[in-house]
Design a protein around this ligand. Structure first.
Ligand code: CTP
Ligand code: MG
Length: 233
């Protein structure tokens, strides 16, 4: 059983759209709907869990009921998220009834509608084989480690640096334990794998592609439109 959890409970502040960015339309279709439709086209994915702010649950449920008629979504449910992405993911994990420890959970930012089927399938495959897999691309830029004064402390070797994306896939038991430990230690990570790494569990990279961007600031919408146009060619 493969369950995909979509954190979508953010405010979208940096997008400056005046609303939750994943509900904004990209070429006539809400970003969230585009993301769910992509996963629904993947045979290996069994069900979808969408996590939105409590006040958006009803609106999004209506939106997805309509989208389901149009695109034929995998079985889905909507649940309420929390104040941080990590808490939203945890709520999503808990919303799934009767799951087994070796079921696969994919966590995917609702704000990444351009993910490829290849990346989704490969993340599932490696998560099943190794327990924890994350989509990523080689860093294109040189990255510096700096201190609070803005002084460069170190220049890590770029050939070993990866920019991490989603999906991130885990055996359910591992992801549950990682979240429980993070909560017990009040650790807040910027991705799901960082919680799993703290368990001492090995996490494996799945090489993704540079189109799988997270729509974060207004210019990302321009880029996403160009990628969509190129897909249709
Ligand atoms: N997210 C979430 N719950 C939160 C915060 C974020 O489910 N409390 C989700 C977002 O909806 C998004 C994904 O996590 O799909 C990645 O987060 P980000 O790109 O930071 O989105 P926002 O938090 O909405 O944007 P911003 O930080 O600019 O406000
Ligand atoms: Mg955010």
């Amino acid at each position: 059983m493969v369950t995909a959890i979509f954190p979508a409970a953010g405010k979208g502040k940096r997008m400056q759209a005046g609303m939750n960015k994943v509900l904004v339309e990209l070429e006539g279709v809400p970003i969230l709907v585009r993301t769910l439709a992509r996963f629904s086209r993947c045979q290996a994915v069994d069900r979808l869990v969408v996590v939105v702010a409590a006040h958006e649950v009803e609106f999004v449920t209506d939106m997805l009921t309509r989208a389901d008629r149009e695109y034929g979504l995998k079985p889905w449910l909507v649940t309420a998220g929390g104040s941080e992405r990590q808490y939203s993911v945890w709520n999503g994990i808990q919303a799934v009834q009767g799951a087994a420890d070796d079921d696969i959970i994919l966590v995917h930012d609702a704000a990444r509608p351009l993910v490829s089927e290849k990346t989704i399938l490969e993340t599932i495959r490696v998560a099943e084989a190794k327990g924890a897999a994350i989509a990523a691309v080689p860093a294109k830029n040189t990255i510096k480690l700096c201190n609070a004064a803005g002084e460069v402390v170190e220049t890590p070797d770029r050939s070993r640096l990866w920019e991490v994306q989603t999906p991130q896939g885990f055996r359910r038991g591992i992801l549950v334990r990682a979240n429980q430990q993070a909560m017990a230690e009040s650790f807040l990570g910027t991705d799901d794998a960082s919680l799993v790494e703290r368990l001492g569990q090995k996490v494996f990279i799945v090489e993704s592609d540079y189109r799988n961007i997270k729509l974060t600031t207004p210019e990302d919408m321009v880029i996403a439109k160009a990628f969509l146009a190129a897909e249709e060619e």
